[in-house]
Design a protein around this ligand. Structure first.
Ligand code: SF4
Length: 289
């Protein structure tokens, strides 16, 4: 990808729509036409919607720790008694449902990874429904999310095993913040700063899956990542900017990941995985860590 930094993304627009700049880049890199590129992106978004519609609240994960919470949240929202309102409740429910889909081995779209697959759908699907947007508009926003994910992957990491959960949920949140900011009318600068503010908010987050399974704390962290994405997008749309340049935030995230102890990088040894509860689950499942 020619766009290797958020600064390059910010300055590449020159009167064009941001998604078109990223689409051109995609066409050049993969040797596809704009139509082919867009069709693939639309199909990716359709796959997200399909995965969301196939949520099954009766399924439970391998350990039994995960399943049904997305439905509990949906019912709670439907009862009309939420603290933060219906829309925020729907975002949380969607994040949990998609995270459960993954933990229960159902089809998902990794964005950027399977463990963090709930963040982007949680931010995009309820927004599309509320604003009554066409799938084509959502596909445009997917380009924005994809570009942010690509830059983070190239400059830092999107793998919990390499950079901790900040690299997975953090990147997903940055992607979602950028996409939502774009949909909300933010320009390229706002989009990049939305991503940076989300990433900063999750910096230092360790990867500590109990028994090495992508279940706990992963599923609920998707809801947290979605909330931070919405907060970052709102701040960027209000004209607030990250004091630290967005690309420097990404490099700082890489540095933090490099310094993270191995027990906190998907080994299932530290963090909540290392609690008596976490250790007991691993023992019960005869999982050696
Ligand atoms: S805790 Fe680790 S495995 Fe779970 S979502 Fe975060 S990075 Fe992925």
């Amino acid at each position: 990808m020619a766009i290797e930094t958020l600064a390059a993304l910010e300055s590449a627009c020159q009167g064009k729509d941001l998604y078109e700049v990223i689409q051109s880049d995609d066409c050049m890199e993969r040797g596809v036409s704009p139509e082919e590129s867009f069709e693939q992106m639309r199909e990716l978004y359709t796959a997200i919607r399909r995965a969301a519609s196939r949520y099954n609240p009766t399924l439970r994960s391998a350990s039994g720790m995960v399943g049904g919470d997305g439905e509990k949240m949906r019912a709670y929202v439907a009862a009309g008694k939420t603290i933060c309102g219906e829309y925020v409740g729907q975002v949380i429910a969607q994040a949990l449902q998609m995270g459960e889909n993954n933990a229960c081995m159902k089809c998902i779209v990794a964005a950027p990874t399977a463990g963090s697959c709930g963040v982007l759908p949680a931010v995009l699907l309820p927004y599309q429904q509320r604003e009554k947007l066409e799938d084509d508009r959502m596909a445009q926003a997917m380009y924005i999310a994809g570009a942010v994910g690509q830059v983070v992957a190239a400059k830092a990491s999107i793998a919990g095993a390499a950079g901790g959960c900040q690299a997975e949920i953090g990147t997903a949140s940055a992607m979602a913040a950028a996409a939502l900011c774009y949909l909300g009318g933010g320009d390229a600068q706002a989009v990049c700063h939305a991503a940076a503010m989300a990433l900063k908010s999750l910096m230092g987050l360790v990867c500590d899956p109990i028994a090495g399974l992508v279940e706990v704390p992963c599923v609920k962290r998707n809801a947290g990542g979605a909330m931070i994405a919405m907060c970052a997008a709102e701040m960027a749309l209000a004209g607030i900017r990250s004091a630290v340049p967005p690309d420097e935030v990404i490099l700082a995230m890489r540095d933090v990941g490099d310094k993270m102890d191995v027990s906190l990088r998907e080994t299932g040894l530290g963090g909540v995985a290392g609690t008596p509860f976490g250790t007991k689950i691993a023992e019960q499942m005869n999982i050696e860590l």
